[in-house]
Design a protein around this ligand. Structure first.
Ligand code: I3S
Length: 127
């Protein structure tokens, strides 16, 4: 789904949706897996994970309420059936050694996200 995100005079059309997210490594260090439902926005070269709800993410521009921002530049994306017993899981690995699993029970939803993120990563690598 597509969300229109308005920030002052700036209106950007971005892709936003709730996905299940688990961060499994940070800076190369493995983390204990903890799945959470997160509002995810694809913003060009960045993937944004909001802790708050969609509505808060769309309207809340208060300092200190910034989303976790993942740099997709040079990142890798791949489907995985080994990192989780859940279906429809793909993994993003960043150049800084962070690893994220994203999952949705809806096939169409997760495929859309996989393709969108993959396209973004590939468009960057062409310079
Ligand atoms: O790869 P794991 O350790 O089997 O992942 C499971 C754990 O994260 C588990 O939490 P606890 O370690 O607190 O039990 C989660 O509840 C499970 O959902 C994880 O497995 P799945 O297959 O759902 O990713």
């Amino acid at each position: 789904s597509i969300a229109d995100i308005s920030a002052g005079n700036h209106i950007a059309t971005e892709k936003g949706e709730y996905l299940n997210k688990a961060k499994i490594a940070d800076g190369g260090k493995k983390l204990r897996k903890n799945w959470t439902s997160t509002w995810v926005v694809l913003d060009g070269k960045k993937l944004l994970f909001y802790k708050e709800s969609k509505q808060q993410a769309l309207t809340n521009l208060k300092p200190g309420c910034k989303p976790e921002s993942v740099d997709l530049c040079g990142a890798q994306i791949e489907w995985t059936s080994e990192k989780s017993s859940r279906k429809n899981v793909f993994q993003i690995t960043t150049t800084s050694g962070s690893e994220f699993l994203l999952q949705s029970d809806k096939n169409a939803t997760i495929s859309e996200w996989y393709e969108a993120i993959k396209l973004e990563i590939e468009s960057q690598s062409k310079g």
